[in-house]
Design a protein around this ligand. Sequence first.
Ligand code: DAH
Length: 357
Amino acid sequence: MTPSPLADLSAQTSELLSTIASLATLDELTEAEPRLTGKRSLLSTLQKSLGSLEPNARKDAGALLQEARREVQAAFEARRSTLAAAARAESLEADRLDLGDVVTNSVRWPVRAGHPGLVASTQRELEDVFVGMGFTVADGPEVESDWYNFEALNIPPAHPARGLWDTFYVDLGEPETVVLRTHTSPTQVHLMEEAVAKGSLPIHSVMPGRCFRRDTPDARHLATFHQIEGLVVDRGIAFADLAGVIETFTRAYFGPDIASRLRPAFFPFTEPSAEFEVTCTICRGEGCRTCSQTGWIELGGCGMLDPAVLSAVGIDGDEWSGFAFGFGIDRCAQMRHQIPDMRALIDNDTRFLEQFS
Ligand code: DAH
């Protein structure tokens, strides 16, 4: 009787299982796969040899072999998933960001801190000057109704002065047209209304903020720009008080060799009105291209509060009087630092910005 081809099956199976258990990496496993479970594997070879057996014996042997195959295949797959899990854990560990090392080492030291832009720092300096003169600082909305931006300031709907302040309107339908404020003057109206409601007159305030006009930017204009508004409402205020405040401010901010002057002008919300000019800082008054050879640069407007404005907010013009002024913060920065083109303020060119850190 020829010995059964499966005589050593159990020992052979154990050996296969221990070989599988000894596979240490996915690469080794892949490499061993044909040898352990493929068509040329020991078990496949044994399968072929069963052909020489009697049908009954073949059936029994086939079942045994099938069982051994299942056991080996299961062990192989189990080993595959164990090794795959280990490989994944290892790669996660390798890819983990070491916060104490990789990230901090990639930051260049010393870290450069940012700083306020020139417009923001100019605004603060202007506020400082006025606070030093006894003013408080107030804030107003950048989006206004037609009433605050125009009508309460004595600029009725068809008034030609509206052309000076052509702006961005947002049509929300009746009853109110909304505008991006064209100047900081509407904040005067808010402040006076508030003081009337609270019974807290007098007012000595400055109101800095962003304004918008439908202007094409050029060397001296931006469509989004900044103004600082001043408002004094008190008893017995005269034009000399206004002129004194403007002159004191000019010397405090620009230095003792820069003077101010007031020239007659028209604004609907002041009477009399004046344009406020300072010595050109570029030529120091000699005359140059920037000041059109006049030696003076216009900073803003001012005047005594028009009785129509006082009555629009319910202030008794017989008891109270006052003045207002408004001028460009960007223009001040430009004059103080002799910046030929105002558009540099919004270009975000760090070579420019870093000069003011
Ligand atoms: N709001 C004016 C403008 O934007 C400037 C101005 C003029 C403000 C006279 C005032 C003022 O407060 O009294 O051109």
